[in-house]
Design a protein around this ligand. Structure first.
Ligand code: HEM
Length: 502
């Protein structure tokens, strides 16, 4: 940002040539056609024509800010990651929060999971947390992801959001039920990005150079208190201030009220994982905190707004595969697929050299084998050899990040999770009971009913059966409230038809 005392800059065309009148166009006489030689005008229009890049295929609407992660408690017994070692150690980071299904201009208050992504600029490279605000997800078989996302977006014919598609998918893929219980409680509409938690969801590994490792899940608990909106408050905000959460984050940081989260890790040994009731690679299940307690180790604080949204937030590229020594992915097939998908989409969305963009640029990186490509603007490693040359020795770090941890042996199979009934409903039932403690059951039934009523009859009926497997009474209550909404909707339609047209 220019300082107020700086002399005003001289306006130029993109080649630096000073321009006398920024609003003038070169033309023949006073009213004649324009001249192709008018570089300033053509330069301006051509650049404008190319201002848009593809929006994120999911999580398109979001907001972000910079901050720090501070180590508050020792976890050196679990991981050798440099950023987690040394109480009081601080690492700069960039966070981005988002909704999932809507387009870039959609409302922040939508009923949707929220993305919670953080990029840490560590001395060992960039390390990203690409988390959500729910500890579980809709699926555990990655091939379902594009299918699932299609049903939450727009109908290919009408280009409208479609309740039939939405519930048709969910009622046919009932491993989603636990996440649906989160989504349709008021937790599905957090009050703001500051008032929600973040969760790794997936199991990761914390590793040590001696080959030892622990399975871990990471939790970020909001220090602002977890707060939600009712369905009606969320709907009102969607029309009165669709950017309310974006505004809230920016304004609170501007006021000096820096949002923060206390960071915890849940830990499981490989032996405990063998005996755990569920697969630790099944993203639809949580680890009970009574058996695997939360262990505090850090504080994330956001204290600096970006200067330019497009440069720093829209162009930020987070990926679960951006890891550092001491942290590794687990064999969760959804996580494994994400390791590929994010850098792939970044190359499409931002270009092959997306890592050069300042928001994505690590503190230190040296890989002269990666050369050239579109928009290479960082010197392209100059005269460095583009191979491992004996004439230009390079040193290699003494890190053992891929050795000595798990051993896998097996035949190639066409694997899909096979889970026996009622395993998918148990944790959903537990959540239904938790909602009773917070007087959240009525809101849950209402939130489902006002959405499900727009779906076709056979889909509604299959969905009532699904909720009955969580709790018989819940199934009956949803059926009653939804059918009441259907009748109400039909009566309103009749009334509209009966009204004389102007
Ligand atoms: C964004 C794919 C599951 C969290 C994205 C993007 C893609 C994607 C392509 C857009 C990235 C970009 O343009 O920069 C997938 C696939 C999944 C999956 C293929 C499963 C197979 C998940 C899960 C979580 C998650 C389980 C959370 C635990 C996020 C977040 C973002 C995102 C937070 C936004 C990152 C940002 O702010 O730039 N995902 N995703 N995704 N995803 Fe996923």
């Amino acid at each position: 940002m220019p300082k107020p005392t700086d002399a005003p800059p001289v306006y130029t065309a993109s080649n630096g040539c000073p321009v006398m009148n920024p609003h003038a166009a070169q033309r023949v006489g006073e009213n004649g056609p324009l001249l192709l030689q008018d570089f300033h005008l053509i330069d301006l229009l051509a650049h404008f024509d190319r201002e848009r890049i593809p929006e994120r295929v999911v999580h398109a609407k979001g907001a972000g800010a910079y901050g720090t992660f501070e180590v508050t408690d020792d976890v050196s017994d679990l991981t050798s990651a440099a950023m987690f070692n040394g109480i009081g150690k601080k690492t700069r980071c960039l966070a981005r929060f988002s909704t999932v299904g809507g387009e870039k201009g959609s409302a922040d208050s939508a009923r949707d999971p929220r993305g919670f992504a953080v990029k840490f600029y560590t001395e060992e490279g960039n390390y990203d947390w690409v988390f959500n605000n729910t500890p579980i997800f809709f699926l555990r078989d990655p091939a379902k992801f594009p299918v699932f996302i299609h049903t939450q977006k727009r109908n290919p014919q009408t280009n409208l959001k479609d309740a039939t598609m939405f519930w048709d998918y969910l009622s046919q893929n009932q491993e989603a039920i636990h996440q649906v219980m989160h989504l349709f409680s008021d937790r599905g509409t957090p009050r703001s990005f500051r008032h929600m938690n973040g969760y790794s969801g997936h199991t990761y590994k914390f590793t040590k150079p001696d080959g030892s490792f622990r399975y871990v899940q990471i939790h970020l608990k909001t220090d602002q208190g977890s707060q939600t909106l009712s369905n009606e408050e969320a709907a009102a905000l969607a029309s009165s201030n669709p950017d309310h959460a974006t505004e809230d984050l920016f304004a609170s940081i501007q006021r000096g009220e820096f949002p923060s989260w206390t960071v915890y890790v849940q830990v499981m040994t490989p032996e405990q994982a063998e005996k755990f009731k569920h697969s630790i690679f099944d993203l639809t299940k949580v680890w009970p905190q009574k058996e695997y307690p939360l262990r505090r180790f850090g504080k994330l604080t956001l204290n600096e707004n970006p200067q330019n949204y497009f440069a720093e937030i829209e162009q930020a590229a987070f990926s679960p595969s951006h890891l550092v020594p001491g942290v590794e992915p687990s064999a969760d097939p959804v996580l494994q697929s994400r390791l590929f998908s994010y850098p792939d989409t970044h190359r499409h969305r931002l270009g092959v050299n997306y890592h050069q963009i300042p928001a994505n640029c690590p503190l230190r990186a040296f890989n002269p084998v990666q050369r050239d490509g579109g928009m290479r603007v960082d010197g392209n490693h100059g005269a460095e050899p583009n191979y491992q040359s004996s004439f230009r020795p390079v040193t290699y770090a003494n890190v053992k990040n891929h050795e000595g941890h798990e051993k896998w042996v097996g035949h190639a199979t066409n694997f899909a999770f096979r889970i026996k009934y009622p395993d998918d409903y148990e944790q959903a039932t537990a959540l239904w009971k938790v909602l009773a403690r917070y007087n959240g059951q009525d809101a849950f039934v209402h939130n489902v009913a006002v959405h499900l009523c727009a779906a076709r009859k056979e889909v509604r009926e299959r969905t009532y059966d699904m909720f009955a497997k969580v709790d018989k009474d819940l199934g009956a209550r949803i059926a009653k409230s939804t059918e009441d909404e259907v009748v109400k909707g039909e009566a309103e339609e009749e009334k509209k038809k009966a009204q004389p047209r102007l």
